[in-house]
Design a protein around this ligand. Sequence first.
Ligand code: HEC
Length: 139
Amino acid sequence: MSSKKILQFIARFAIPIIIILFIYNIYSHGTIIHPGKALFKAQCSQCHGEDGEGIKALVPPLQNSDYALRNLDSIPCWLKFGINHPVIVHDTVYDQPMYPSEIDEVQTANVINFMNREFFKYDREVNPEWVKEKWKNCK
Ligand code: HEC
């Protein structure tokens, strides 16, 4: 076989193999990389920490946050408008402002789903419509 023929032979299988690897990847990881994870890393981790551990008395942890879990319906408003009131996480009071994030409803849903899974260990998926619904009632 000439090298050209060998290449043609391999090329015929390349696309199905890529598709199989792609499907396998989704199957084994849930998604390739959770879009909420990338957003969290870029826009939240500088304060809350890559593992959601927070910063001492300044920034509350997200890891197993009882406060966030109890107030899940308020998270879209917190992200859009910031937080300007004390919060109590794991019996500790935090009172530094959190500034508004400039993220749309899709990004907000993604980052909430990421936190639900990674930090709150809460088996729930929210979607952009839910986020928009919550935004209507922000105080
Ligand atoms: C500039 C630092 C900063 C950034 C960036 C930031 N936060 Fe916060 N976050 C805070 C602070 C400070 C509080 C506590 C507010 C208070 O004490 O009133 C807080 C509180 C929270 C809470 C509620 C308290 C808890 O621990 O459960 C959640 C949930 C949260 N942030 C999520 C996010 C997400 C998601 C992002 C990224 C889109 C983000 N934050 C970006 C500083 C930040």
